[in-house]
Write a new protein. Structure first.
Length: 297
């Protein structure tokens, strides 16, 4: 019987989702591979997977499509062995098929894992579809002060990288504020549809300033014991390359211990006009998530 559950990490780009992923995947009961998105991408074609689809040809078709998924190459999978594994396991539905892919990536830990995770910022536009794929999935949401997110968006433009995966993000303060606030409202609306035992929200700032206690609350929510390896995420990431090298140019924070200087950096990096413009557009979203406006500080 399949006892492992899907776990989705959801947050606006540049909100600490990668850092959160690295911390969680260092728990012995959790595997959250590098971002890929194949679960959603192939759901339209394979979402109705059932026992009758467990043929060599159907599984080959799935594997051939899976190979074309953006960033799946960073997982370094042996697709021939994966095909054999799926054929042997005979998944009964699409969610189980997807979990088998993550379990294969996670070997040899897969026999002890309780949660098989997925993290991708673009999922914000497809939350209802994720829920349809697995109605028992857990969702972890992370929010970061949008004004600091704006700094990170703007700084991405300065990153020198030839990687085809470098994020293409808006850089005007108006566009960033609109995107951030829209995404947060989408997330909030979706959260209202979930049962209490399916959702948990944290703030990036708490993850940095109160790391152990914040991770403990996540473990309590997931009904698993706290694992101190999560606190060693930076060293473990360096040793095991848990974040692909192709993405590291803009994810260097996953090599570092919690850096509280990232909190409130907008006060130094944004002009007064930029802060004012952001707050005019996204002030309600900031207050909804307990971030004070400048005239309230």
């Amino acid at each position: 019987m399949d006892s492992q559950n899907l776990l989705f990490i959801i947050g606006n780009p540049r909100s600490g989702t990668s850092l959160f992923r690295i911390m969680l995947t260092n728990h012995s009961d959790i595997c959250v591979p590098p971002e890929c998105g194949f679960i959603h991408w192939w759901s339209a074609k394979y979402g109705n997977w059932s026992k009758k689809d467990n043929t060599a040809q159907s599984i080959s078709n799935f594997i051939n499509d899976l190979k074309t998924s953006k960033k799946i190459e960073t997982w370094n999978l042996n697709f021939d062995e994966l095909k054999v594994s799926i054929l042997n396991k005979q998944p009964q539905d699409y969610a189980t098929l997807c979990k088998l892919v993550i379990k294969f990536y996670a070997r040899p830990l897969s026999s002890t894992l309780k949660y098989l995770g997925d993290k991708n910022n673009y999922y914000i536009s497809h939350l209802d579809e994720l829920y349809k794929i697995s109605k028992s999935a857990k969702f972890l949401f992370i929010t970061r002060d949008g004004r600091d997110v704006a700094c990170s968006y703007k700084n991405i433009k300065k990153v020198k990288s030839n990687s085809p995966y470098k994020p293409n993000l808006p850089c005007s303060i108006e566009s960033i504020a609109n995107e951030w606030s829209t995404n947060l409202y989408i997330i909030e609306s979706f959260k209202n549809k979930l049962n209490t035992d399916q959702k948990y929200s944290i703030r990036y700032e708490d993850l940095l300033t109160n790391t152990e206690n914040t991770l403990q609350t996540i473990c309590d929510f997931l009904n698993i014991e706290f694992d101190e390896n999560m606190l060693s995420y930076a060293d473990n990431n360096k040793k095991r390359r848990q974040e692909p090298e192709e993405l590291m140019a803009w994810k260097l924070k996953t090599y570092q211990k919690p850096d509280t200087s990232n909190i409130g950096k907008y006060k130094l990096e944004l002009s007064r006009d930029e802060i004012s413009t952001f707050e005019k557009i996204a002030g309600n979203a900031l207050k909804l998530n307990n971030y004070k406006l400048e005239d309230e500080a």
